[in-house]
Design a protein around this ligand. Sequence first.
Ligand code: ZN
Ligand code: MN
Length: 485
Amino acid sequence: MTATQGTATERTGAGSTTEWETVVGLEVHCELATATKLFCGCRNAFGDEPNTNVCPVCLGLPGSLPVLNRQAVELAMRLGEALGCTVRPSLFHRKNYFYPDMPKDYQISQYDQPINVDGFLELPDGSRVGIERAHLEEDTGKSTHVGGGGRIHEADHSLVDYNRSGVPLVEIVSRPDVRSGEQARAYVNELRAVLLATGASDARMEEGSMRVDANVSVRPAGSATLGTRCEVKNLNSTRSLGRAIEYEARRQIDLLTAGERVVQQTRHWDEADGRTHVLRSKEEAFDYRYFPEPDLVPLVPDDAWRESVRQSLPVLPAERRRRLATATGAVPGEVAVVVERGLDELVLAALDAGGEAQRLLVHAEHDLAGEPADALDPAALAALTRMEVAGQLTATQAKAVLAELVASGGDPAEIARAKGFEAMGDDALAAAVDEIIAANPDAWGRYQGGDAKVTGFFVGQVMKATRGRADGKAVTRLLRERAGA
Ligand code: ZN
Ligand code: MN
């Protein structure tokens, strides 16, 4: 099974084959970028001294009462609108379970009436993954197990930090529409782009502000029923996510092919050994004894609020890809990197200023990676691409001029002149080619004899003689002409 294919073929006993399809649903928890926590005024900040951002509410002390954070609701609504969800009246429930880092012994979450339902996420390849819901809930504190490699059963002792307790989360639950590890990675990357664009979260997987769990099952290709799923946790990077899904699907296919069955479980991804390990048998909703949170009223955003949220949304990545693709004659998948780098506005402005689409896309994707291109003048970039298509600059020279434009701005024609990049006249180029031919009679003989390998030698020699001013394509053409081919 490869990363891009969702199916694998297995030979079974009688020599018949079964195609297997991988089915993945993703649950992503994201910390919202609020100033304070979901139900109290404590600071929502990563990396502070442990247990300094705490109060009776987020420590779950008896008699304390939660007060809902308006900014958290607004950020959840922004995300919901961006995912094409229906934003609707919602209710908080208590989800009861014991965790040492959850002092109330229940988590305030949204259960059967979540704030956002029925949306979708469009990926760069044009596929769509359905979003079942994106609900609000509070985060738990954070346990650190000291000694024995960080796992609880080997630890000497454990520490708990309640700074994270009560930090607002959205949990985004996808429909089981994902078919491979590769597509799961694309989904998480796209979701991160939407979270950043809406300002809902900083979406840092490495700091735990974005956490991904994958529900993985397999089924015979063409089957409409879902197989038994396992939930894989501890996916700390998109790389882990892809690897864990491929491993888990393989494990399930092997079980089923051997005539065994898949048991519904929660499994832990171990990055070191590249396997999933059983953590516990999977809980069902009834294990949590959900009931409505009696200390909070139903959350009913009015039409005006929802409208103002809709109006304030930026243009989202999928739309930006479509817009840039239309303007440049590319397909959305081809311009994904340019949009990801935030260079689409620059390319569009340079197009308006008369730039050449293909050269602009090439520069944005390959020559402006990691460059502070914000200050780049679109008109100068456009002029540069016009010089290239007019044959006044080679691709290598254009790159050098672009680097100068990024560093200190200016006029590309003047920069080219200062660098001695004036286009070589046809006569000068022809003279240079003839000189090199005359100086290398043996190699020339081989070229005339049809040895294509020496073409590179001649182009290299001409480049050297002209200090890189020659256009490689023009040299190749001249060589062919001289050989009478
Ligand atoms: Zn607090
Ligand atoms: Mn959750």
